[in-house]
Write a protein that binds this ligand. Structure first.
Ligand code: 13P
Length: 248
């Protein structure tokens, strides 16, 4: 069973999201071999809960506050997401790390808040182009995972999905090779083994994200140890996205 997560990022108004989801729901449920989650903008979550109610598509958010409640104008809490019907929340996406200056400490706090509120977490990790070119991928991934998951209990990892998203591959049309994905997946599982257990390392789901589309999906899904994909641009058009899912 592959896990596919669509990250719509800051695209689609509530009415556009509604059309997208209605279309997806009516046509997706026939595909049995995929666990699908769609991560929508905040403004579409509450309505999505009703549209997805009788489908097996999971609902995801793209961010949450590291605070629980109160005087944090403009923030969205874990409890709000849970009540809106959210199953998973993306934390540590490289766009938030770079544009919104989120560091591993903050990401760690957000993960704890998400888990405390019963949400699953999709933790994104990935190296920059400079790190890749200076052979620092391993160090970069290790640091992001260790600091991001610091203080978690092993049983909490059941609610965590790791997404390997090399920064240089996001929205660039350049994807990692099967060998690079296999290497990163190995590194990720080794870090989990070192910090938790070999059982946890085997069980945790590891996805790849970065310029996945219907032209390269079949080849990329040959990567050993990879459990699925986190898809941005190629998830925005329902027809294209369904076509991609049908290739798995
Ligand atoms: P693209 O698929 O558009 O490269 O985006 C990947 C991503 O950032 C998913 O979170």
């Amino acid at each position: 069973m592959k896990t596919i997560i669509a990250n719509l990022k800051m695209n689609k108004t509530p009415s556009e999201c509604k059309n997208y989801l209605m279309n997806l729901v009516s046509r997706f449920d026939k595909a049995e071999n995929v666990e699908l989650c769609v991560c929508l903008p905040f403004t579409s979550l509450a309505e999505a809960k009703y549209i997805l109610k009788d489908s097996k598509i999971k609902l995801g958010a793209q961010n949450l506050s590291d605070y629980e409640e109160g005087g944090n104008t403009g923030e969205i809490s874990g409890a709000m997401l849970k009540d809106a019907g959210v199953d998973y929340v993306i934390v540590g996406h490289s766009e938030r790390r770079s544009k919104f200056k989120e560091n591993n400490k903050l990401i760690n706090k957000k993960i704890k808040v998400a888990l405390k509120n019963g949400l699953g977490v999709i933790l994104c990790v990935g190296e920059s182009l400079v790190e890749k070119n200076t052979l620092k991928t391993l160090d970069s991934l290790r640091e992001q995972i260790e600091e991001g998951l610091k203080g978690l209990y092993e049983n909490e990892l059941e609610k965590v999905i790791l997404a390997y998203e090399p920064i240089w591959a996001i929205g660039t049309g350049k994807h990692a090779s099967v060998r690079e994905i296999e290497y990163a997946v190995k590194v990720i599982r080794k870090v989990i083994e070192d910090d938790f257990s070999s059982r946890a390392a085997k069980q945790i789901r590891v996805l790849y994200g970065g310029s996945v589309n219907n032209k390269n999906a079949t080849a990329l899904f040959k990567a050993k140890g990879m459990d699925g994909a986190l898809i941005g641009g190629a998830s925005l058009d329902v027809n294209m996205f369904l076509n991609l899912l049908s290739l798995l």
